[in-house]
Design a protein around this ligand. Structure first.
Ligand SMILES: [Cu+2]
Length: 170
């Protein structure tokens, strides 16, 4: 168990490094809101208010094991717009770095992998949960409050700030 965890962590760091220095500034320059989806020009005003179309429920941060500075966050993200939107980054002042992770089975071993973005199809929702998709939290502050503001940024260049609840799984 420990062995597979360590190797997954090493793998994660290797994948993460190229992206780390530019996490926020250059990630999603390609999607300009002015002409992102010409095909919905006939639709009504909803397309111009992306921020309110992403809703997050049941956001939780797992209390780290004492002495550790790494943990994970879980939540359900719903996309109520008429276009596919991706979660591209997350940040918080109580965590040095946050990555989007998924779990994969490889040779019977569960491994974590960083993914560059998390697609959420129009009108659907995605659940981040233990053993599956999650936000990986690195460099956690030693004294976390029970309610943790967390900023999520999406491919339509909108960011929302939600509040995650600290919970103890043990
Ligand atoms: Cu992870």
């Amino acid at each position: 168990m420990m062995l597979s965890f360590r190797s997954a962590f090493t793998l994660t760091v290797c994948i993460a490094l190229p992206y780390a220095p530019m996490a926020h500034s250059t990630n999603h320059n390609h999607s300009s809101p002015d002409h992102s989806s010409p095909d919905h020009s006939n639709h009504d005003s909803a397309a111009h208010h992306h921020a309110s179309t992403m809703t997050v429920t049941n956001a939780k941060v797992r209390q780290p094991i004492p002495g550790r500075t790494m943990s994970a966050a879980f939540m359900q993200i719903s996309n109520q717009s008429q276009q596919d939107i991706e979660l591209v980054s997350a940040r918080a002042d109580w965590s040095e770095r946050i990555e989007i992770h998924t779990h994969l089975h490889e040779n019977g071993v569960m491994k974590m992998r960083e993914i560059e973005s998390l697609p959420i199809a129009a009108g659907s929702s995605v659940t981040l949960q233990p053993g599956g998709l999650h936000l990986m939290l690195f460099g956690l502050s030693p004294n976390l409050s029970t309610r943790l503001p967390l900023e999520l940024c999406f491919s339509d260049q909108h960011c929302i700030t939600i509040e995650a609840e600290l919970y103890d799984p043990r």
